[in-house]
Design a protein around this ligand. Structure first.
Ligand SMILES: *[C@@H]1O[C@H](CO)[C@@H](O)[C@H](O)[C@H]1NC(C)=O
Length: 282
């Protein structure tokens, strides 16, 4: 009895501490600048919530004040609801200049009831062309969901609600540049891309539904030294491999939700698929 009370109060203590940490680390006023779209980008609830809007005149965007070199970046997003066809919500890390590095999430909207596409890409030293696209296993417009990037010298892992969906391994040993020297900022923007986004540009943005709005909260940046995850063990991350559970989740997503993988696009690479694709799975 006494033992269980002890554990309970310890747990409560841990919960209080962790909610304090989360509150402190998620202040948009402190960590971000609104960079595009005037009043269409907004921070409210004392810095706890941010929204971007798109109307016929303009989209909007924001960027982090700080630059990051490795670490884990978490953000919760609630995407444009209803008929979002033609809209794109981009959320990414990027350095600057012609040989920039970039790690991308892009959410391509759709007509009501049809699924968003989550588009991912990795640029190293100015070269991208490493797209993978997924459907999500939930409606990303109903609630906030967490989109994370773990960026380490050994690999980049994309996660959705802590489920790994993609891993891009450091393949410098076979001559593939890996993002590891250029610090990156966090960027996000909501813009109109109805010339290509929905079914290759066939479906146009319905401006009668504007403004379109996406919401952000619970931003958290964790330095590399303390990066760990609840879904797979720290030792698994250190050793450059997901543990059995993480690998199972990744396979599940890739089997049932992946709709495009540049590694399988033979038509696009007539001289042969990129070298990093020929490595062991993922
Ligand atoms: C929109 O829905 C259609 C039909 O389900 C689907 O083929 C398409 O991949 C979806 N996403 C986009 C961005 O077009």
């Amino acid at each position: 009895m006494a033992y269980s009370i002890g554990i309970n109060s310890m747990l409560i203590g841990v919960m209080i501490i962790s909610s304090l940490v989360a509150t402190c680390s998620a202040n948009f006023n402190q960590d971000f600048d609104l960079t595009w779209g005037d009043h269409r980008a907004k921070i409210f609830n004392g810095g706890q919530l941010l929204s971007l809007s798109l109307d016929k005149t303009s989209g909007s965007g924001f960027q982090s004040k700080k630059e990051y070199l490795f670490g884990r970046i978490d953000m919760q997003l609630k995407l444009v609801a209803g008929n979002s066809a033609g809209t794109v919500t981009a959320y990414y890390l990027s350095s600057q200049g012609p040989t920039h590095d970039e790690i991308d999430f892009e959410f391509l909207g759709n007509v009501s009831g049809d699924p968003y596409i989550l588009h991912t890409n990795v640029f190293s030293q100015g070269k991208g062309n490493r797209e993978q696209q997924f459907y999500l296993w939930f409606d990303p417009t109903k609630n906030f969901h967490t989109y994370s990037i773990i960026w380490k010298p050994q690999h980049i892992i994309f996660l959705v609600d802590n489920t790994p969906i993609r891993i891009f391994k450091n393949a410098e040993s076979i001559g593939i540049p890996f993002p590891k020297n250029q610090p990156m900022r966090i960027y996000s923007s909501l813009w109109n891309a109805d010339d290509w986004a929905t079914r290759g540009g066939l479906v146009k943005t319905d401006w009668s539904k504007a403004p379109f709005t996406a919401y952000y909260r619970n931003f958290k940046a964790t330095e590399l030294s303390s990066v760990s995850s609840t879904s797979f063990s720290d030792s698994a991350l250190q050793s450059n491999e997901l543990d059995a559970y993480g690998r199972r989740r990744l396979r599940w997503v890739q089997k049932y939700f992946m709709i495009y993988n540049y590694c399988n696009d033979l038509k696009r690479f007539p001289e042969g698929i990129p070298a990093e694709c020929k490595r062991p799975r993922f």
